[in-house]
Design a protein around this ligand. Sequence first.
Ligand code: ADE
Length: 240
Amino acid sequence: MKVSKLCFLIAIPAEAKPLIEHFGLIHHPNLFGALPPIAYKGVYKNIELMVVVNGKDQQLGVDLVGTQPATLAAHLAIEHFNPDLIINAGTAGAFARNGSQIGNVYLSHKYIVFHDRRIPIPGWDAYGVGRYPTFNTSVLAARLGFKQGVVTSGNSLDMPEVDERTINEIGGEIKDMEAAAMAWVASLYEKPFFCIKSITDLMDSEKTTQEEFLENLHMASISLKDACFKVVEHLSNSDI
Ligand code: ADE
């Protein structure tokens, strides 16, 4: 597949800023009217680039993390830009017991799931988990030297035991708050989709997740930008 229009969906500005600056992308205010998502556009070599971030909460002024804002951003980005490929770039948690380290970069693998939608009724149980497709990243991961992992999404930063049990059952390795919602929207539009995730925190470490996340957000966002640049450079030279 030759990619000439590439859309990055990135939940929060702290994650997106290094990438936006690196590619010199231009902010397009009001592209989505009064809705929260914010768009940036530019060109790198032969590829049109768009970055969409989720935007801010109107009442509290905080960045809109989580699955509902992710759904809206993905929908608006696809309707507006009609990309050939969508990449959800962001930070995530992982597990030291799987050999992950802070700053590692992962590409999504096998499928993308929800870990906090518990509906123990036949049919709805599987719907709760989701298992949305990811573009097969194996060649890209091997060529560019990234790890791969099953990405699992929920609406909380912490991981209560009940979520951990589900994550273990479905083989989740990378925990975030947006990917499965975005993957669902991409699947509705039949758009190829995968994730690039840079690790801010290890959920089985001594520190609290919020502490590790805030401590490592900047560093992980720089690793994320470097990884995204490698992928865009690769796409500008080759099919995927
Ligand atoms: N984003 C970064 N770290 C995360 C975690 N541990 N859980 C959910 N989202 C995250």
